[in-house]
Design a protein around this ligand. Structure first.
Ligand code: PXL
Length: 309
């Protein structure tokens, strides 16, 4: 015989719950004004990358995260885990940007203004045009671009158009850019085989964009350390940490750029943001999350390991 028990939660006393009293719609506590960050990014359904990674990173670093969704990516387990990609209608993207700006933009009257945006996967020339239109007149202090270039599963002609549009229309708006090895080669037009090449590419991408650059060597460069290069036109710094393994972890690039974004939103300098982001990602890779897919996912809980079950 199994024992049958019943649990009935007590009805919350909303009038006094959490020390917040509601009286005729008014509150007795003041709203908080955390740093704010917007990510304009795609959904990645397994939760490792994309907007999901950005939002978790923002929260972990104490920043109120806002998402404007550009596309939905569903990996295809029956097709080598390639990307199935569905764009969000340009008008719906414009609507999201309009709502966000009305709530938190410079003219919104919000006590804490949204001045920091991260741009992740845009995925199509139409999306890029919509995002450029919204951003070009908005006065964002920090525009962090994770230049997500060719996406597996897209047909090459389309991907090339997208890459060209991203480079021509969005890169000039960026104040901080975080290319991975492939993207750094593509943007700089240089082959990158070692750290000296990565430094030269970071300088070149800074010249092209005017942005601070964090070029990632990751597991693509040989050696015991995962090496990234920061260059902002003045300071060149090599950030390195012992490699955890030789396999890329899903969400590492998104989380790195999201951590940079969160730190900039809180007022860090570009170099400070790059250093904090590098440690955040190194810890997140150490604490990566296992799955049934042929990849692991970065843990956005920083140094705090996930609780064991
Ligand atoms: O990691 C790049 C990336 C960004 N955004 C979305 C993705 C991916 C990779 O899969 O799916 C939505």
């Amino acid at each position: 015989m199994q024992a049958v028990t019943q649990f009935t939660p007590a009805a919350p006393d909303w009038d006094t719950a959490q020390g917040v009293e509601c009286k005729n719609g008014s509150m007795t506590s003041s709203p908080s004004t955390p740093a704010l960050a917007l990510t304009i990014a795609g959904s990645e359904a397994t939760g490792g990358a994309g907007a999901q990674a950005d939002l978790k990173t923002f929260q972990e670093l104490g920043v109120f995260g806002i998402v404007n969704l550009t596309c939905i990516v569903s990996f295809d387990p029956a097709n080598d885990w390639g990307h199935r990609f569905v764009p969000v209608e340009p008008q719906v993207i414009a609507d999201q940007l309009e709502a966000t700006t009305a709530a938190y933009g410079a003219a919104s009257g919000a006590p804490q203004v949204l001045d920091t945006v991260k741009i992740g996967m845009l995925g199509s020339p139409a999306t890029i045009a919509t995002v450029r239109e919204a951003l070009k007149d908005a006065d964002f202090k920090n525009v962090v671009l994770d230049p997500v270039l060719i996406c597996k599963g897209q047909e090459p002609g389309h991907a090339l158009d997208t890459d060209t549009a991203l480079t021509e229309q969005i890169l000039p708006l960026a104040t901080f850019v975080t290319p991975n090895h492939f993207e750094a080669e593509s943007l700089s037009g240089m082959a990158i085989g070692n750290v000296e090449d990565l430094k030269a590419a970071a300088r070149k991408i800074h010249e092209l964009s005017g942005a601070a650059v964090l070029a990632k060597g990751g597991v693509r460069l040989e050696g015991a350390d995962a090496v990234d290069v920061f260059f902002d036109g003045e300071t060149l710094e090599v950030l390195s940490a012992p490699k955890v393994g030789e396999v890329a972890v899903s969400g590492a690039g998104c989380s790195l750029a999201a951590a940079v974004t969160a730190e900039l939103a809180k007022g860090a300098t570009a170099l400070e943001a790059a250093r904090t982001a590098k440690s955040f990602v190194t810890e997140g890779i150490r604490n990566r999350v296992a799955s049934g897919a042929p990849f692991t996912a970065l843990w956005q809980g920083g140094a705090g390991a996930p609780p064991a079950r």
